[in-house]
Design a protein around this ligand. Structure first.
Ligand SMILES: Cc1ncc(COP(=O)(O)O)c(C=O)c1O
Length: 396
């Protein structure tokens, strides 16, 4: 390996959201609880990004900043070379974050009482974007076939054909179930939405985090009609572990939708600020960090294999879902026979492991855990040893 993915960095006393979250539950540093929750990585920033940031600090004035043509080219070149998508720089609207952007999209393109469809279980802020804005949640439950989820297209078509349903927020790849939707699945989704005049907000923030053997298709790249009926939300933040720099790229190929989104943005955020360091880091990431990403993906995949093999051998009642994309493994612990609140307690207090509880993604997630694999492999080994010791005591 050219890059370091194995040094352990203790972040307990930093501002890290993942580590500080544990304080709310009374966890102390001496408890030695390992967090596998919030979706950022325990890996240091790629050195190419650090160098670019140093250069920026040495040479630039930290004034109000807009994306430069060079920045936009770097983003579009990455889309072409990595995602085989011909995106145009003028489609891009910068945003501090994808969550901000999908909240804004809900407010811009739907009215109170309108239906917004989510494929559940799903990333919890998507529920908030629907519920906090007075929209109606239209749930399209995914079908769990054992260790993989499928889409219930008949249910999707039925719910999309209700004239009150105006939008689908698509999570692609899907957090937390780890699916990379195939081109065929995305085509069926897109056709249902076109037929029923449902706008697609495609959150593709995990689109670079694709496991070997799987291919991510950008929703807008499938056809011109799809491109004209969607917003594609991306960022380098998950890919290169720079979420703290708050720079994301919202692609809106349809000029009318784009203008409407911009106009609405100006009302809720009249003077949006952009992060000069975020642009410098993102440009360096897209221009020079492809090799870092490839190595990073191989570490995540190795962590996935370690867990899958261990569970099959030592704790076969626990089901590990296939990880096709994201670095978030979906673990079905119903085989332990514990109530989901008790499972949370057992993991945190007895196994001393802090996952994202499956129930926060919807009630289908009860007794599941979402396990963040973007960490040094020694954390994975330690967690597995703790789980084995603890779960065997609880097995009925
Ligand atoms: C599907 C999905 N969308 C959005 C985000 C967060 O986006 P941002 O930090 O750009 O608001 C996450 C973070 O985990 C995510 O998983």
């Amino acid at each position: 390996m050219k890059y370091d993915f194995e040094t352990v960095h203790k972040r307990f006393h930093t501002g890290s959201g993942k580590w500080r979250e544990m304080l709310k539950y009374g966890v102390k540093e001496s408890d030695d609880v390992i967090p596998f929750s919030v979706a950022d990585m325990e890996f240091v920033t790629p050195p190419e990004i650090v160098e670019a940031l140093k250069h920026e600090l040495d040479t630039s004035i930290m004034g109000y900043e807009n994306p430069t043509p060079e920045y936009l080219s770097a983003v579009c070149n990455w889309m072409k070379s990595r995602r085989n998508w011909d995106a145009s720089p003028e489609w891009i609207l910068p945003s501090a974050g994808v969550v901000d952007a999908f909240f804004e999209a809900v407010k811009t393109f739907t009215h109170e009482g309108d239906g917004v469809m989510l494929m559940t279980p799903v990333y919890h802020p998507m529920y908030m974007a629907v519920n906090f804005t007075g929209r109606k949640l239209v749930s399209n439950p995914l079908i769990n076939t054992g260790t993989r989820y499928e889409i219930d297209f008949a249910d999707m078509e039925r719910k999309a054909s209700d004239s009150n349903t105006k939008m689908l927020i698509l999570c692609s790849p899907h957090n937390p179930v780890g699916r990379v939707w195939t081109r065929d699945e995305l085509t069926r989704i897109g056709e249902i939405c076109l037929r029923n005049d449902v706008l697609v907000v495609s959150d593709e923030i995990h689109f670079d985090l694709i496991m070997p053997g799987h291919v991510h298709t950008v929703f807008a790249s499938i056809s011109e009609p799809f491109a004209q009926n969607c917003l594609v939300m991306t960022a380098p933040s998950k890919t290169f572990n720079i979420a703290g720099l708050q720079t994301s790229n919202i692609f809106i190929p349809n000029s009318k939708l784009r203008e409407k989104f911009l106009a609405s943005l100006k009302l809720s955020n009249p003077n949006p600020k952009c992060n000069v360091l975020g642009y410098a880091a993102s440009k360096a990431a897209y221009e020079s960090c492809g090799e870092w990403l490839d190595e990073c993906l191989s570490v995540i995949d190795a962590n996935r294999r370690t867990i899958t093999d261990f569970m099959a051998r030592e704790l076969p009642a626990m089901k590990v879902h296939d990880l096709e994309g994201t670095y978030l493994l979906w673990l079905d612990l119903r085989g332990l026979g514990l109530d989901y609140r008790e499972l949370e307690r057992v993991n945190r207090e007895e196994a001393r492991l802090f996952f994202d509880e499956g129930y926060i993604f919807g009630e289908q997630g009860e007794c599941f855990e979402r396990w963040n694999l973007a960490c040094p492999t020694r954390y994975i080994h330690e967690a597995l040893a703790r789980m084995k010791e603890c779960y065997r005591r609880h097995m009925k």
